[in-house]
Design a binder for this molecule. Structure first.
Ligand SMILES: *[C@@H]1O[C@H](CO)[C@@H](O)[C@H](O)[C@H]1NC(C)=O
Ligand SMILES: *[C@@H]1O[C@H](CO)[C@@H](O)[C@H](O)[C@H]1NC(C)=O
Ligand SMILES: [Zn+2]
Length: 456
């Protein structure tokens, strides 16, 4: 680019946007132990003076609270008065952010690597180069444009093995700030194209993959340029004043894409207020990103069989099974829950074997919090993919969204191991033979009997 134009653009951009600097922001960890403490934390959250990293607040659920330096005293007094134990775990949030994007000096800048978090241009350029290099099996698909006009690009990997293919979708980066997820998705693409491991090869070649490392491109860019903690997309259509909530109006730009899918939309764990971080949008599929994904999948359904829908989020090290609003024996609302649970448990055992990272497996309502309108619940209940999982990748909160770049490769390696094992178990259950339904039915009956016995 011409240097003068570049400088001019830089000036315009820096006038337009206000980078949220997290210098000296602290992060505290708190785990409410009583309903009274839960209420005190809810009140604190509603004051909007602090940023909670986890949306749900319940007894026993560990949370992280970002505290600006000038509010540190206020925060410490509040928790101390409420008798809540809070531990300071991060001294300077900005230094962790800076560390995430630091480029190593030795490497050719044209080369993709997994030793820092790549921005959208770098990811898209790498996808383009990779598709060119593997053009017999890989191509780029553009499923639509975002509010800010960016393409939503996916990598299609198709070894053309079957006339009527098994189609699978991987969705990463739906939440902008969860940077480990695009990094892991690009690793999966690389492995599917280059690995010699038998399990990886089988998974890569028997299925036609649609892999979207950054399903929310506008939000992802914004999390680099303006606010590292951005989660939603950047749709300005519902912009309103957030002053009454003690929040900047900019908070009302954007919709939580993982609440915008048309499955039990806006029933639980979602907000109708544009100033909230879990704002579900004015209607289901109001957003370009979620609608584009649904349109793609509806098209695939006509040309083959759907197999996997894998959604990548962070953090907390969980493997979630649909549906996100059910717990206890109601988990059986997902017809093959028993199969999914077994596949998940075995997969996560293999994941742990690599770097001793432990995962919990279950529905979101059971092991995290209730959610509705998520992409992966829609994939199960709306699109009827048989094998649907949501990974909440590393870590359990030591760094949360600010996971050090040194953890990108170990996270990716263990995730791949887990996926390969999940695929092996799914095959043994008959999911590649179209005969999974008998297994599904038997698993269902066993769980149903167990649930009936428990209910008595
Ligand atoms: C890569 O980008 C170039 C330039 O925009 C484009 O012409 C080409 O078709 C892209 N390749 C793929 C595989 O999408
Ligand atoms: C693996 O992690 C568990 C806890 O998650 C810990 O108790 C154990 O010591 C770890 N093992 C190794 C070999 O690091
Ligand atoms: Zn997420």
């Amino acid at each position: 680019m011409n240097t003068k134009i570049f400088l001019l653009l830089t000036v315009i951009v820096s006038i337009k946007s206000e980078y949220v600097n997290y210098k000296y922001h602290k992060v505290y960890t708190v785990t409410p132990t009583t309903e009274k403490e839960v209420q005190a934390l809810l009140d604190l959250k509603n004051s909007n003076d602090f940023v909670f990293w986890i949306e749900g607040i319940k007894v026993g659920l560990e949370n992280r609270i970002d505290v600006a330096a000038e509010k540190q005293r206020l925060f410490e007094k509040y928790v101390s008065d409420a008798g809540i134990k809070a531990e300071l775990i991060i001294e300077d949030v900005q230094s962790l952010i800076d560390n995430q994007v630091k480029r190593s000096k030795t490497r050719n800048s044209n080369e993709y690597a997994w030793d820092y978090y790549q921005n959208l241009d770098e990811i898209y350029e790498w996808m383009n180069r990779t598709a060119e290099a593997y053009s017999s099996v890989a191509s780029i698909i553009n499923i639509g444009a975002t509010a800010e006009g960016r393409p939503i690009l996916g990598m299609v990997i198709d070894f053309k093995k079957r006339e009527r293919p098994y189609y699978s979708v991987i969705e990463g980066g739906l939440h902008a700030r969860e940077w480990i997820t695009p990094a892991t998705c690009t690793w999966i693409i690389k492995e599917f194209l280059t690995s010699n491991d038998r399990g990886v090869r089988a998974m890569a070649e028997d299925v036609v993959w649609y892999i979207f490392p950054v399903t929310n491109p506008d939000g992802y860019v914004y999390s680099f340029t303006d606010n590292r903690m951005w989660r939603k997309n950047r749709n300005p259509a519902m912009q309103t004043s957030c002053a009454h909530m003690n929040r900047p109006d900019d908070m009302s730009v954007g919709v939580d894409l993982n609440r915008n899918f048309d499955f039990l939309w806006m029933t639980v764990g979602a907000s109708g207020n544009p100033c909230d971080i879990t704002y579900a949008g004015p209607s289901a599929f109001s957003e370009a990103e979620s609608l584009a994904m649904a349109n793609l999948i509806n098209g695939l359904q006509e040309r083959g069989s759907l197999l996997y829908y894998l959604s990548f989020h962070s953090y907390t090290q969980l493997l979630l099974i649909p549906y996100s609003h059910v717990r206890g024996s109601d988990v059986l609302e997902a017809d093959n829950y028993a199969d999914l649970f077994e596949i998940g448990i075995k997969g996560m055992d293999k994941l742990t074997a690599r770097h001793n990272t432990t995962y919990r497996v279950g529905t979101s309502a059971d092991i995290l919090y209730e959610v509705s309108g998520s992409g992966f619940d829609w994939a199960k209940g709306g699109a009827h993919f048989p094998l649907v999982f949501l990974f909440e990748l590393r870590d359990t909160g030591r760094f949360g969204f600010l996971l050090p770049p040194e953890e990108i490769i170990p996270t990716s390696e263990e995730t791949m191991d887990g996926m390969v094992e999940m695929d092996r178990v799914a095959r043994s259950m008959g999911y590649y033979r179209g005969s999974a339904h008998s297994f599904t039915a038997s698993g269902f009956m066993i769980l149903l009997l167990a649930a009936m016995l428990l209910a008595k």
